[in-house]
Design a protein around this ligand. Sequence first.
Ligand SMILES: Nc1ncnc2c1ncn2[C@@H]1O[C@H](COP(=O)(O)OP(=O)(O)OP(=O)(O)O)[C@@H](O)[C@H]1O
Length: 254
Amino acid sequence: MSVLVQGITVRFGKRRVLDALSLPELHAGEVTVLAGPNAAGKSTLLRAMAQLIPHQGTVMLDGADLRRMPAVDRARQVGFMPQALPSGSSLIALETVIAALRAGKTLPAHQADAAAMAVMDKLGIAALALEPLDALSGGQRQMVSLAQAIVRDPRLLLLDEPTSALDLARQVRLLSELRRLAAEGRVVVAVLHDLALAAQWADRIVLIHGGHVHAQGRPDQVLTPALLAQVYGVQARVERCSRGRLMVMIDGEI
Ligand SMILES: Nc1ncnc2c1ncn2[C@@H]1O[C@H](COP(=O)(O)OP(=O)(O)OP(=O)(O)O)[C@@H](O)[C@H]1O
């Protein structure tokens, strides 16, 4: 399985937010992190890849153009986890996961219930199933949002800052789950601001800056003081700890 993202241009009004942006070919088994400063265009890229906003350019999944795919097929193939779930829902958490499942599959009610419950259980949030979505904490909502994104068993998983509201243990749980989903043959792309997490969990980091790919490669190729200075305007030190892991320390702004 491979995903090819080529020439993505997005305009909001007269403003061009992404300018013919292409990614290296993404392969099953890989976790790719999109990083870069605020307003660089990371969420816009994910939303264009998920075909949620008008754009130019193509996203090909094993040679099939996502734009031309019937919506129900696309819903089966692509899982999208937004930065935040909209509030004002009157549904309980389980119902929102069932609704996400049903967007891609017609299933008898008892099977849909069981499948949604199984995903919530796997993510350690079975106890939240009957809680109103609006009554959950930010981190709990984020885990329910992950359940919604993966319940259809998509081949391409797109996640927008999936760990931003999670405590340390749940960050690890979510990122291990992403690694496992990738290892089972999926392509995983996540926006992360936390470069320590990106260094530890990503196979590849794509640094987006001003609507372009500024640099991309393995974490040790991308997380360099020079590139971090160019993209974020910070003085950074990058060192390896005794266990060989990359550590990024920010000493200040330039
Ligand atoms: N619906 C919209 N209408 C107009 N402008 C938009 C819209 N969505 C995004 N933008 C603009 O596009 C630019 C890129 O936004 P985007 O959300 O993709 O950035 P980002 O890299 O994800 O930022 P952050 O790290 O802050 O989440 C920003 O300048 C933003 O104001």
